[in-house]
Design a protein around this ligand. Structure first.
Ligand SMILES: [Zn+2]
Length: 210
């Protein structure tokens, strides 16, 4: 967790603090689907795939934040934790935590381009070790991204409801303080009270008429 937070700050303070720079890619129903179901439709490039879990060689990502989110989702679905080997403004490289397993995702930002591309993908050879209840790569940022819309719609959402929502979607338990931090992050994104730390929010969610 510390690693992820540190890593997160490192790049957010750098050039990558532009999670939703291109707001034209944010679907109108953002407040219902959040980043998880974000499908980029630029009409001609099949390398833009956000609605599948597995990352393919050649797949493009708007930026490092989206790439990291995709890596996490994949790792959560496989129930296999990973370690970050390289994380800098132009390269992101992760490997399986299991000794000897060759699993790897390597992506980079080509010179003069604005999108990350996954260039090396190696499959797992490790075996699942029992039931995984917690995943070391789960972070408050991830939770905030996944539940952003729900938290915005329902500001009274309790930590327990957030824990339950993550458990339902990813089958993982999260620590009790994580929902608080996730909620805080989502609100900070929404209201922009934290400068320089968090990428700007997507288009403001519409408040349902009551
Ligand atoms: Zn592995």
């Amino acid at each position: 967790m510390e690693l992820d937070d540190e890593e997160y700050r490192t790049f957010v303070e750098g050039r990558d603090g532009s999670l939703f720079e291109n707001e034209t890619t944010i679907p109108e129903e953002w407040n219902n689907c959040a980043m998880d179901e974000l499908t980029v439709n630029d009409g001609h490039d099949s390398n833009w795939v956000y609605n599948q879990l597995e990352i393919k060689r050649g797949q493009l990502f708007h930026d490092k934040v989206h790439l990291q989110h995709a890596v996490k989702k994949w790792a959560f679905s496989l129930k296999k934790p990973f370690k970050v080997v390289i994380s800098n403004p132009s390269t992101y490289d992760v490997k399986c935590l299991s000794p000897g397993c060759p699993w790897q995702v390597h992506a980079y930002l080509p010179k003069g381009e604005s999108n990350f591309v996954a260039s090396i993908i190696v499959d797992h050879l490790c075996k699942l070790s029992g039931t995984v209840v917690k995943h070391k790569n789960m972070t408050a940022e991830f939770v905030a991204n996944v539940l952003y819309g729900e938290i915005m719609k329902k500001s009274s959402m309790s930590p327990f409801q957030i824990m339950l929502a993550i458990s339902n979607r990813y089958t993982y338990e999260i620590s009790y303080d994580m929902p608080w931090r996730a909620k805080q992050k989502a609100l900070e994104w929404r209201f922009g009270t934290v400068q320089g730390l968090i990428p700007p929010p997507p288009t403001p969610p519409r408040i349902a008429a009551s």
